[in-house]
Design a protein around this ligand. Structure first.
Ligand code: ASP
Length: 439
């Protein structure tokens, strides 16, 4: 058994958290490859080291007084080293970092130092070999992640390495510059390492006990999802679930390696297993509920619309012209409605309306703003009768007016449009009808 374990920023924010993480690694021999993030927040209102590094670099590169913030960063790492009673000193590393900041080595280089230094500490604390991610994670000259070269070289390197710490979040370009993934990108590194070593499992340790059925800011103490498929997670992430970096799925998915989301602060909790497919029945008919506010709809009415070939294409070309992406498009015989992000649409609103008039000469164009979309997702819906019925009777009981319904042909999700003001009540009502009643 071979596992890759990635620890998020809050799991490595202090010496106390580092100890928990190291205990987890030591608890199982199979936890051979460790991918650390930079130190995150120790408590609400605290700063992430990555943010401090960006800030410090911007000041230093602009010729400003950066020393104060640099010493704040040094203190964060020294506090961890002291707390772990390690015999190590990062003075040399910090001198180099400072030099490179002043020489304008780049924002990516700056941000990556959080993971780099945490990696050095972790490797010393665990007694695992340290592998600088710049030597094994590659981007091409355009800055796009080079998955195949990375996989080949990383696999070769790790074949001869029993146990290693590989910092998350960054790699290098062909000209030797450090390049990072987008924020939260250590998740991707973990996944890349898991693929390269053909791990049995990629454990992603964070500060929640798994993926929750609904947003805990809306539903009090929601249940944890035991097993979720990659496709379900993708649908929920798109609608606002924020557990894992979206791109972290791809390297492991193609190899059939499951991801296990676990809580560093509650290692006994079962967590959530993310898999390609499963015959394990979900505990409830639905797997999760997610949603987003801030949509508006444009409804176009024209008599005999359905007989006009190319009508939809002409309408959509107007949105395309202004670079507005379309979220959903329910239609009737003589009407079609287009849901778009209000923030993207507002600027071009009048031009789009004029364009629609020009293209298709509609009878009426109407707009409605302040709408929210809710996605009810679940592989169990396909086999269950009455899911839609339960959703809509729950919403009716909660006196919520449904503006739009869209069921994907996968039967894995139902999208519901409601007024922004009804957003939270709608999510609660759906959660209650599927989850609370079963408890
Ligand atoms: N430290 C980086 C960030 O804050 C990357 C990561 O934690 O995954 O975004």
């Amino acid at each position: 058994m071979k596992k890759v374990v990635k620890f998020g920023g809050s799991s490595l924010a202090s010496a106390k958290q580092f100890k928990k993480a190291a205990d987890i690694v030591r608890a199982e021999k199979s936890r051979k490859y460790v991918v650390p993030s930079a130190p995150g927040r120790r408590k609400d209102g605290d700063e992430k080291v990555t943010d401090l590094l960006y800030e410090c670099y911007d000041i230093a590169a602009g010729g400003g007084a950066y020393k104060k913030i640099l010493s704040k960063i040094k203190d964060r790492f020294n506090e961890i080293i002291d707390g772990l009673e390690l015999n190590m000193n990062l003075a040399y590393e910090f001198d180099r970092i400072e030099e490179n900041f002043v020489k304008k080595a780049g924002r990516d280089y700056a941000a990556s130092r959080g993971e780099y230094l945490n990696g050095l500490i972790m490797s010393q604390y665990l007694g695992y070999e340290f592998i600088d991610a710049a030597e094994v994670i590659f981007f091409d000259e355009k800055g796009v992640f080079d998955s195949e070269r990375t996989n080949k070289e990383l696999a070769e390197r790790l074949e001869h390495t029993e146990r290693a710490v590989i910092p998350g979040f960054y790699g290098s370009t062909p000209d030797g510059h450090v390049k990072t993934f987008s924020r939260g990108g250590s998740d991707i590194t973990g996944s890349i390492v898991a693929r390269a070593v053909q791990a049995d499992l990629y454990e992603n340790w964070t500060d929640v006990s798994g993926v929750l059925v609904a947003d805990p800011h809306i539903v009090a103490d929601p249940q944890v999802i035991d097993v979720i498929t990659y496709s379900e997670l993708r649908e929920l992430s798109y609608m606002g679930f924020n557990v894992l970096h979206e791109d972290a799925i791809f390297p492991v998915r193609r190899e059939g390696i499951p991801i296990h989301i676990r809580n560093t602060n509650r290692p006994k909790d079962k967590g959530t297993l993310i898999v390609e497919s499963t015959c394990r029945k979900p505990r409830y008919v639905i797997t999760g509920i997610a949603g987003k506010r801030g949509f508006c709809s444009v409804t176009i009415e024209k008599a005999m619309m359905n007989a006009e070939v190319g009508f939809c294409r002409k309408v959509l070309s107007v949105f395309e012209k202004y670079g507005i992406s379309i979220e959903h498009m329910p239609s009737g015989i003589d009407t079609m409605t287009i849901f778009v992000h209000q923030s993207e649409f507002e600027e071009y609103e009048q031009s789009v309306i004029a364009g629609i008039h020009r293209e298709v000469e509609p009878d009426i164009v109407e707009m409605e703003s302040d709408l929210a979309l809710i996605a009810v997702v679940g592989r169990g819906m396909k086999a269950a009768r009455g899911t839609a019925g339960r959703i809509f009777s729950a919403l009716a009981h909660a006196r919520i007016n449904v503006k739009m319904i869209d069921q994907g042909s996968s039967e894995r999700n139902i999208i519901i449009g409601v007024k922004d003001a009804d957003f939270e009540a709608a999510i609660k009502a759906i959660y209650d009808i599927f989850v609370t009643v079963e408890l």
